[in-house]
Design a protein around this ligand. Sequence first.
Ligand code: HEC
Length: 215
Amino acid sequence: MSLNKPQGHARMDDRFNTIAGWTLFSGIVGLGLSIASGMYFQADKHHAPETAGYPVEGVAEKGEGGGDVPIATLLASADVAKGQATFAKCTSCHTINSGGANGIGPNLHGVVGEAIGQGVGGFAFSDALKSKGGNWSFDALNDWLKSPKAYAPGTKMTFAGLSKPEDRANIIAYLNTQGSNLPLPAADAAPAADAAAAPAAEGAAAPEASEAAAQ
Ligand code: HEC
């Protein structure tokens, strides 16, 4: 009996130590976790304004008031040479010289202002494009080149699109020089600009007007 007692104590002590140890351990783990999560959330807080700041900056820079810059405005300052360079993305499927052959896509000579999905060289257009109707206006080309798939669901043109409005304006200006030569739309012909500053000078006035209209 008397021998068992100390043993019993020893066991109790062991158990106590074990419990104390685990309690301490879980305390440390808990502390560690709360420090870690504190760091995590603090890091998150530090990052949040940074990431939120980007889109706002981008919108202010690109949209000049939130909306898309009208294609007419972009065309007024479009760069034909840059458009020609960007057209390299199209030449795997398109020729653009007068009387050029159809390839995977139709010859594009004089396409600006032409009937949509008809062509002149007997290209077999998809029903999706053939049934669109209307002509390739600057606006229609802008929508088409932004996302052919969205413009004419089911189109055969498996080209993702040009996401930058400036790229589209440049390439449309270039297309226009290849057999169409239509007058570019006036920069102030955009609906937003119409209301606010119809007779205003081009270029500088139009973005301001659309900004005012967007507010
Ligand atoms: C992978 C091949 C491919 C690429 C790359 C491509 N296209 Fe096309 N494109 C086509 C095909 C195919 C059609 C016919 C679409 C249909 O019938 O649905 C077409 C149609 C068109 C049309 C309509 C022509 C008409 O007479 O109605 C235009 C405009 C056009 N492409 C412009 C471009 C431009 C500009 C680029 C480069 C930015 C480009 N495409 C890149 C294959 C391509």
